[in-house]
Every structure is written in structure tokens, then in C-alpha cells.
Design a protein around this ligand. Structure first.
Ligand SMILES: [Mg+2]
Length: 117
């Protein structure tokens, strides 16, 4: 599965979420919200899910001698990916755009390592 397919799938899920949100809240708000209205929530969600990855790995408890690594790290990484894909389409980018940007940055970072950056 490529990034384009993942972004399309995420947009489908986000459409369902917004539809359900609007059907539950539109009578109170008096208007309908769309994807752009949730960009701040999605950025915050990304930060929270990154923190959950850290929590699963017990990274912030540097004083502990016997760290307990949780078994949900991969699930939390999937949550991170959900929000990253959601932000991608909310800002108007496709999976192909993200893939191109990633590959360009990958080459730049590799070049930096090779040149003592
Ligand atoms: Mg999570």
C-alpha cells in the first residue's frame, strides 16, 4: 500500500468522523464544520500520540532502573501515522506529495551525514 492509498483511506475515515460530529453537534452550533476546522485538533492529536509512544517506551522516566516497555508501541505509532496522514490531506497535500517531500529530505539528510553536517 502506498502513501496515496493511505491518505485516501484516512480522508474517508475523517469524513465519517466529521459527519458523525456534525450530526451530533450541528443543532448546538448552527453550522457544519469541515476538515479545515479540525487542523489544530489534528496537530494536537499528533503531539499526544507521539507522547504515547514515549510513554510506551518509558522514555521520560530517566531515573528508573527497571523500565517497563509497553506492548502497545506499534499501535501508538499507527496512531501517529493516522494523524500525520490526516494533517496531510487537511493541508491539501496528497500521499504522493508527502512521499516526494520525504524522499527529497531523505537524500538531503543522507548528504548531510556524508559531509559531516
Ligand atoms: Mg494512542
Amino acid at each position: 500500500m502506498d502513501l496515496n492509498q493511505l491518505v485516501v483511506k484516512q480522508k474517508y475515515l475523517d469524513d465519517v468522523v466529521i459527519k458523525n460530529y456534525n450530526s451530533n453537534h450541528s443543532d448546538k452550533l448552527g453550522f457544519y464544520l469541515d476538515h479545515k476546522d479540525f487542523i489544530t485538533h489534528r496537530l494536537l492529536g499528533l503531539v499526544v500520540e507521539l507522547a504515547e509512544v514515549c510513554n510506551e517506551q518509558d522514555l521520560h522516566k530517566y531515573w528508573k532502573n527497571n523500565k517497563k516497555v509497553g506492548g502497545n508501541t506499534l499501535e501508538e505509532l499507527a496512531d501517529v501515522l493516522h494523524f500525520l496522514l490526516s494533517i496531510t490531506h487537511t493541508l491539501g497535500y496528497s500521499g504522493a506529495d508527502l512521499e516526494t517531500a520525504y524522499l527529497e529530505k531523505f537524500q538531503e539528510n543522507l548528504r548531510r551525514q556524508e559531509n559531516g553536517y
